[in-house]
Design a protein around this ligand. Structure first.
Ligand code: ZN
Length: 290
C-alpha cells in the first residue's frame, strides 16, 4: 500500500509536500480550505500553479487526496443547511478538480430530525446534482463516501447505506468509497483477526463491491467493536490492534491503494517533550509488512 497521513496546509497548499516528506508520507490527505469554515477565498491561478509545480517536484508523493469540510451535511432535512452544504461540497470538488487531485472524501451526512430514508435520499439528490455540475470542472476527481461509525444520526455506517447511495446517485465511475478502519470497526464490522477481516471484506463485496474502495483512512479505535464511537487511536494501541492493520497492509488487493492516518499528531513523553506521532504510526504500519 501507499502509506501517508493527513497533512496540514498551513502557510499554503504547496507547503504540505515538505511536511509530508518530513514525516515519511508516500501519499497525503489534505484540506484545500479551512475545515471549520463554510467559505474560502477562491484559488488563484498563482496558488494552483505553485501547488502543481511543487507536486511535480515531489512526484513520488502521490496520490494527494482531499478531505472535505466536516461542516457539510447534505443529509440534512433543513433546506437552508442542505443548500449551504451542497454549495460547500461543490466548491470542494471544484477546488480538487482545479488542483488536479484524483480523490475527494466526504462524510455522507446525518439525518438529524428526519429519518434514515429521508436522509439517504437527500444525499442522493446532492450527489446526482454534484456529478452533473462538476462533470467539466472536476472530471478526474472521484468523490468518495466515507464509511462512518454510526454516531448519532450519521448515515454510512451500514454497508447497505453506502450501497444505496452509490446505486441511486450513479452508478458513476466518479463515485467510490473511502474505507475508514476505525469507523468500520466502531460500526460493528470486525477486522481484528485474518478470519474476521476476510468475513468483513466478503460482506462489503457482497453488499457494495470491493471495486468501489478507492482509498483508506487508517485509524485505530479508542472504543470497542460496535460501540459506534468515532474516536481515533494510535496504530496498535486501540481495540483494532496490530493484527488488524497487518491484514490490510499485506493484502495484495490493496497493493497500490493510498491509506492515510488521521491519528493524533503529537504525544508527550515521560519527560514532557512533545513527540511527532505520524512518523511513529507510519513506522508501525511499515513494520507489519511481511
Ligand atoms: Zn476518516
Amino acid at each position: 500500500m501507499r502509506l501517508g497521513a493527513h497533512i496540514s496546509v498551513a502557510g499554503g497548499l504547496h507547503k504540505a509536500f515538505e511536511r509530508g516528506r518530513e514525516v515519511g508520507c508516500e501519499t497525503m490527505l489534505i484540506f484545500t480550505k479551512s475545515n471549520r469554515q463554510w467559505r474560502a477565498k477562491p484559488l488563484s491561478e498563482k496558488d494552483i500553479q505553485l501547488f502543481q509545480k511543487t507536486a511535480e517536484s515531489n512526484a513520488d508523493i502521490y496520490p494527494v487526496a482531499v478531505h472535505a469540510s466536516y461542516l457539510i451535511n447534505v443529509g440534512s432535512p433543513d433546506p437552508a443547511i442542505w443548500e449551504k452544504s451542497y454549495d460547500a461540497l461543490k466548491i470542494e470538488v471544484e477546488r480538487a478538480g482545479a488542483l488536479g487531485l484524483p480523490l475527494l472524501t466526504f462524510h455522507p451526512g446525518s439525518y438529524t430530525n428526519s429519518d434514515e430514508q429521508t436522509g439517504l435520499d437527500s444525499i442522493v439528490r446532492a450527489l446526482k446534482r454534484l456529478l452533473a455540475e462538476t462533470a467539466e470542472t472536476a472530471p478526474h476527481t472521484t468523490i468518495c463516501l466515507e464509511t462512518m461509525a454510526g454516531q448519532g444520526t450519521n448515515l454510512g455506517a451500514r454497508f447497505e447505506h453506502l450501497a444505496y447511495l452509490l446505486e441511486k446517485a450513479g452508478p458513476s465511475p466518479r463515485l467510490g468509497i473511502c474505507f475508514d478502519t476505525c469507523h468500520v470497526f466502531a460500526a460493528g464490522y470486525d477486522i481484528r483477526t485474518p478470519e474476521a477481516y476476510e468475513a468483513t471484506l466478503a460482506e462489503f463485496d457482497r453488499i457494495i463491491g470491493l471495486e468501489q474502495i478507492k482509498c483508506f483512512h487508517f485509524n485505530d479505535s479508542k472504543f470497542g467493536l460496535g460501540e459506534q464511537k468515532d474516536r481515533h487511536e494510535h496504530i496498535g494501541r486501540g481495540h483494532i490492534g496490530l493484527t488488524g492493520f497487518a491484514n490490510f497492509v499485506n493484502d495484495p488487493r490493496w497493493a497500490n491503494f493510498p491509506a492515510h492516518l488521521e491519528t493524533p499528531k503529537t504525544e508527550k513523553d515521560e519527560a514532557g517533550n512533545e513527540i511527532e506521532m505520524d512518523p511513529v504510526n507510519l513506522a508501525t504500519l511499515r513494520s507489519l509488512i511481511r
